[in-house]
Design a protein. Structure first.
Length: 405
């Protein structure tokens, strides 16, 4: 049986915020039912007579407030909602889904037997789909690795995530290409993945001497407790392009946008993203009359999920670098964002923004902000898609930046 330890706010070093954002300490309890004959244990058991083990799977409870723990960037408590002016209404919920992570109830589970060698090569892979959080199976004596990830459930039954289990040692997750092409690249964009969480425990020993097992007399079972951490390995970005002084000049968006330089795949076992970078396609919406600290602004907003930056497990990045400065992951890639906006005269223009510094600072997701003073943007004339190129650097100062035409 698995027990979940939910840290109390202010309870010391095990609070959710202090323990690597939203990670929950999950106690996975393997319950081994023993068949005893007198005082002698049964001999080693094999697959047809091996020991039943009951596993209760971890429960996910992840909130953006705890996961986006970038407090060190601001020398104090970080509150992402104070820089997120777009908001989230019922229409956003219908178009983009829930703003944060949602807790799944169906899991994929893989068990790998390594025989007598702890941390050895996987000899077999046993698969199961688990409904709820209770799973019971039988195990050989020896060593086992256990991998768990959430089963993907979508409203239309179509999913973007693809899982490659051709190699016994690991599972790879990726997405396929869309028909869209980013304005800053000739290659096709890729679908964004669904929310993906994973936990992996390896070198689990189930031996005849019941080493590290505790006998539960009330249930008449032996119990072994493991520490597992179920973590998100897809990262949410909330994107907003704030339009100052719009006054109806920009009337809409085509709803299509891209973010470049993001990983194409992730290794489910350890959350390490791949080295190949792609453009990730997502949708946007223009929302009028948003309040930005007392100013009436229009905002182009959207939400996207990615595998994060390349060659990185964002959950393992320390908040501060070795020199004591706030962490920033420099991946050597440019992160560009494009948004096509429609003007009152019927023309449209595609704007390209450089958000590299923001992505590298918000390495496990967060708010990406661009601010434009629309009165400084000439009305596009001639053919549609005149291709303004707006290169905007770090926007934390909240200033208005010129757009080179």
């Amino acid at each position: 049986m698995v027990r979940i330890l939910r840290a109390r706010e202010g309870a010391g070093p095990t609070t959710l915020t202090q323990y690597a954002g939203s990670r929950l300490i999950v106690l996975v309890v393997l319950v081994v039912m023993l068949c005893l004959v007198g005082c002698r244990r049964e001999p080693p058991l094999y697959l047809h007579t091996d020991e039943p083990i009951e596993v209760e799977l971890p429960i996910i409870a992840v909130t953006l407030d705890t996961y986006w723990d970038y407090a060190d960037l601001y020398d104090g408590q970080y509150d992402w909602t104070k820089e997120w002016y777009y908001g989230w209404d019922e229409t956003d919920e219908q178009i983009f889904g829930h703003i944060g992570y949602e807790e799944p109830s169906i899991f994929q589970l893989r068990r790998y037997y390594t025989g007598d060698e702890q941390y050895g090569a996987h000899q077999t892979s046993l698969s199961a789909v688990v409904y709820g959080n209770l799973y019971e199976a039988k195990y050989n004596w020896g060593f086992w690795d256990i991998l768990v990830w959430n089963d993907i459930q979508t409203s239309d039954g179509v999913q973007s995530l693809r899982f490659d289990e051709s190699a016994l040692e690991h599972v790879m997750a990726s997405t396929g290409t869309t028909m869209a092409t980013a304005s800053f690249a000739s290659t096709n964009s890729y679908y964004q993945p669904e929310e993906l969480f994973a936990a992996y425990e390896y070198g689990i020993e189930v031996d005849e001497d019941m080493t590290d097992f505790i006998f539960d007399s009330d249930r008449n079972v032996w119990v072994k407790t493991l520490n597992m951490v179920l973590e998100p390995i897809t990262y949410i970005y909330l994107v907003q392009v704030i339009l100052h002084n719009n006054s109806g000049k920009i009337t809409g968006v085509d709803g299509n946008a891209n973010l470049s330089g993001m990983a194409h795949e992730v290794r489910v076992n350890d959350g390490l993203s791949g080295s190949n970078s792609v453009n990730v396609f997502y949708n946007t919406r223009l929302k009028r009359h948003c309040d930005m600290e007392g100013e009436d602004v229009d905002i182009v907003g959207g939400r996207l999920l990615t595998f994060g930056m390349c060659n990185l497990n964002a959950n393992r990045v320390a908040q501060r670098s070795e020199d004591g400065t706030p962490a920033r992951v420099e991946d050597g890639k440019s992160h560009l964002m494009d948004v096509t906006m429609q003007f009152v005269n019927g023309q449209d223009s595609t704007f390209v923004f450089d958000v590299t510094e923001q992505v590298q600072t918000r390495y496990k997701g967060g708010v990406l902000t661009i601010e434009l003073d629309v009165k400084e943007i000439p009305m596009p004339m001639g053919r549609p898609d005149s291709g303004f190129d707006a290169s905007v650097e770090d926007m934390e100062d909240g200033g208005t930046h010129e757009i080179p035409l």
